[in-house]
Ligand binder design. Structure first.
Ligand SMILES: Cc1ncc(COP(=O)(O)O)c(C=O)c1O
Length: 554
């Protein structure tokens, strides 16, 4: 499955469209923030590009208004109060640090030295808040460097390092090339900074309803009388999966079809809520064999089939429409984990007949991580309504009930994360989902072409490559630790492979508010590290060995 693309062939089928990529959203020829030629324009029903606020509600199809009319933001046109702008990248560097210090009120989380994933000793926040024993050192007093010289920033700067803010004190701007969390656009950042609302206010209900309405076309819900319901759960994508598996997945025999890390995680979660769970496991990077799925469904009557859409550990897209057809033919429902594909890949919930779909805010939807999304057919939800109580917090019925009856969430939601999701959906809606997906796809094609030119191998699954990320095989002379450490000094963050692929691969993400040149620049840096490595073949590079578990975390 690892392709060694030959330059002449253009790297296999995945690269055939590279010329076409130049037509997609202007990826190669524009220089605005998202790589798109189209910017949200100001005007009636549009975004205010300065404040990031919605000036008037944008027209959204087929959403019951439920009588909530107020604009959802309460910031002022002129911008947020001083304290809210503490981390603005426009502030002079010193002011930023001082304002952060004010914000933290002289308290700093306890830190312990740890060996980081990339092999260098670093500082990790192990806990925060009163229970973690907040202490109050003088934040503005710069920590002493060995030899008695003070580093340019204070403790916070030391702590946050290159993540602090873009270009801070000459540091490179952070570029997140991991498949979530992702870079946030200026519009999303502004919206979060300028919006403080209470979650029991009508404005927040409006925000939820608008978010649900904007999400529908993203997942392929077009019909006005659609029976699909949408719940937003504060938590990561796993929270959405668990809410589904604890309700719909607890009713009857469940089959989990897996071919990677995230399919295997679904199995583990399903088994926590249901004893009657079987697994149809394929090797990582192996395509799901539909005949085997059909055989298993004939062998046994299942209530639910569960499968991942984009297996993030390998970069492979699974054939959801075909699996859904098989499941339905055998009287089973289908639940799909689309956590990393939602916003980047075509998803056609209605057309494919998906019964339940899960997603997350902080990946291809380009918002902050922290909202799990469930899209579920009303009839499927009703079937599981008679189930014993189930979990308290991750109760899908409670979440859907609150959304339907009050346009609210049952508990205090991560309000600002919800604001970021609303803002990013707004941006995508204005740009058009096809265009947004096209840009992500073009980034992927561009990266794969460059990798080919660099002589690097990457995972290639003709016809089922995702656009979300590219899994690149590390050359033998290069360790992930060394590569990641070098990239990090340039502000670039990449993750390594998972499971059996840990340390053999690294991933380059194509999602989030990447700028036009981010992928190109990152690959240049990879090339620079490769050059060092090949020059040192006579005297192999010595890398710090780190202990790592065979199972890596996302
Ligand atoms: C396909 C898939 N499912 C589930 C998860 C878990 O999501 P989270 O880490 O947001 O809980 C991920 C995370 O990358 C994923 O890619």
């Amino acid at each position: 499955m690892i392709a060694t693309p030959s330059p002449s062939s253009g790297g296999g089928s995945g690269l055939a469209g590279i010329r076409g990529a130049q037509d997609l959203g202007g990826w190669t020829s524009t220089n605005n923030h998202s790589g798109l030629k189209c910017r949200p324009r100001r005007g009636p029903g549009q975004l205010d590009s300065r404040s990031g606020q919605l000036r008037r509600r944008i027209a959204i199809g087929n959403v019951p208004n439920q009588g909530v009319r107020a604009p959802y933001v309460n910031g002022t046109e002129g911008g947020a109060p001083q304290a809210q702008r503490a981390i603005s990248s426009r502030e002079p560097a010193a002011a930023t640090t001082n304002q952060l210090a004010d914000l933290f009120e002289r308290a700093v989380p306890v830190q312990t030295p740890v060996v980081s994933d990339i092999g260098t000793p670093s500082t990790r926040v192990v806990a925060s808040g009163a229970s973690a024993g907040l202490r109050a050192p003088a934040l503005r007093a710069p920590a002493r460097a060995p030899g008695g010289r003070s580093p340019p920033g204070g403790r916070l700067e030391e702590l946050l390092g290159s993540y602090l803010s873009r270009g801070h004190r000459g540091r490179p701007r952070p570029v997140l090339l991991c498949p979530g969390p992702v870079l946030l656009s200026a519009h999303v950042m502004r919206a979060v900074r300028n919006t403080n609302i209470g979650h029991r206010e009508p404005e927040f209900s409006q925000l939820l309803l608008e978010s649900a309405a904007m999400l529908k076309p993203v997942v392929g819900i077009g019909s006005a009388d659609s029976s699909y319901r949408i719940a937003f759960i504060t938590g990561s994508g796993t929270a959405a999966n668990e809410a589904v598996l604890a309700s719909v997945g607890a009713i009857g025999p469940t089959l989990v079809v897996s071919n990677g890390e995230f399919g295997e995680r679904l199995l583990a979660t399903a088994r926590r809520h249901n004893r009657d769970v079987r697994e149809l496991r394929f090797a990582w990077q192996e395509a799901i064999d539909l005949e085997k799925v059909a055989e298993e469904l004939e062998r046994r009557q299942y209530h639910l089939v569960v499968v991942v859409h984009h297996e993030t550990s390998t970069g492979m897209l699974n054939p959801i429409a075909a699996i859904a057809r098989l499941a339905h033919r055998h009287g089973a429902l289908i639940a799909v984990d689309a956590i990393s594909s939602i916003g980047a890949e075509v998803i056609a919930v209605e057309e494919w007949g998906i019964d339940v779909l899960t997603g997350a805010s902080g990946k291809a939807l380009s918002a902050m991580p922290g909202v799990g999304i469930v899209v579920v057919k009303g009839s499927v939800l009703e079937q599981s309504a008679s189930m014993p109580a189930g979990p308290q917090y991750l109760n899908l019925h409670t979440h859907c009930g609150y959304m339907r009856d009050h346009a609210q969430t049952p508990n205090t939601p991560a309000v600002h994360v919800f604001v970021s999701l609303h803002a990013s959906l707004e941006e995508s809606t204005l740009q058009g989902m096809a265009r947004v997906r096209g840009v992500i796809h073009a980034r992927a094609l561009f990266a794969r072409e460059r990798l080919t030119q660099m002589g690097l191998e990457y995972a290639d699954y003709p016809g089922t490559n995702s656009s979300v990320l590219t899994c690149v095989l590390l050359p033998e002379y290069l360790s992930f630790e060394h590569l990641a450490r070098h990239l990090k000094t340039r502000g670039i963050v990449v993750y390594n492979g998972k499971g059996a692929l840990t340390d053999r691969m690294f991933q380059i993400g194509h999602i989030g508010a990447l700028r036009k040149n981010d992928t190109r620049d990152a690959l240049r840096q990879v090339q620079a590290v490769m050059r060092q490595g090949t020059q040192a073949t006579a005297r192999p590079l010595q890398f710090v060995a780190t202990e790592r578990s065979t199972r890596s975390i996302s």
